[in-house]
Design a protein around this ligand. Structure first.
Ligand code: SAH
Length: 251
């Protein structure tokens, strides 16, 4: 007999309910078990009444993935990721654990709005050309690799999005990242900082590379930072990265 089990790996977006996809909500409603860390579970409380909730902490992702896969052989299970599950989220580790077990699972991955997109909309149009996303967390990636990637993208023509700019154990990483980027970009390069995007306590700051470190204390683990490319500019209270229309047309 075919099992009724299924595993949904659900991106729940940056926080606000209005930014969740319909498919994400359907999957959570359908699931009998919901697995995730505390802060994400709180964001979907409106959908999870009466369900079996399994809370897991940061650093327990491998166990979380194993448990979700085993349960999904018999049950409908949703494992939730903030933002998108493909952006420093749960999709990778769940598939890696599944690959290792070499068993068959019924898995659906549901995309979500990642912080880069949510934050960009709050800041205006900072991403409207090639961009690179870098996590400053050196928990799973050696810091030397992060520095090398920062230098490479700062030297090239990418807008840079910094995820995980700070955690309690990594207070200096944001400052070091900004120092590296300043070797390649002008002092007046626009920088946007958004904290708790689409959530309670949302805060946005528009500044530049010269002054960004005066906001160092504002940057926490719920913050995403966008650094413009060489053409990005500030207009009124927005950041604009030109797509290139001005090279071909009169605007
Ligand atoms: N999968 C998530 C990212 C997980 S890494 C996504 O797609 O968005 C965690 C980092 O995401 C945080 O350190 C922060 O940089 C960013 N982040 C998550 N939620 C955020 C929010 N509401 N506002 C601003 N940044 C956020």
């Amino acid at each position: 007999m075919q099992s009724q089990g299924r595993l949904y790996i659900v991106g729940i977006g940056p926080g606000g309910r209005e930014h969740r996809s319909r498919r994400a909500e359907e999957a959570i409603r359908e699931a009998e078990y919901i697995i995730g860390n505390k802060s994400y579970l709180e964001l979907i409380e409106d959908l999870t009444k009466g369900k079996r909730i399994i809370k897991s902490r940061m650093g327990e992702e491998i166990d979380r993935a194993k448990r979700a896969l085993v349960l999904s052989e018999e049950h409908k299970v949703a494992i939730v990721s903030g933002g998108d599950p493909n952006v420093y989220g749960m999709a990778g580790i769940v598939l890696e654990v599944a690959e290792k077990s070499d068993r068959d699972f019924d898995i659906e991955i549901i995309p979500g709005i990642t912080s880069a997109n949510a934050v960009a909309s709050v800041l205006g149009a900072p991403l409207n050309n090639d961009f690179a996303v870098i996590s400053l967390s050196d928990l799973l990636t050696p810091w030397e690799v992060i520095e090398r990637n920062l230098s490479a993208v700062a030297e090239a023509e990418f807008v840079i999005v910094l995820y995980n700019p700070r955690s309690r154990s990594r207070v200096g990483n944001f400052k070091r990242a900004i120092e590296i980027i300043r070797r390649f970009r002008a002092d007046d390069t626009p920088v946007g900082i958004v904290k708790n995007c689409t959530r309670e306590g949302e805060r946005r700051i528009i500044t530049n590379l010269r002054s960004v470190l005066t906001y160092d204390d504002e940057v926490d683990m719920h913050t995403t930072v966008i650094i413009g490319n060489r053409e990005s500019r500030i207009w009124k209270d927005w950041i604009i990265t030109p797509r290139g229309y001005h090279r071909k047309y009169r605007i």
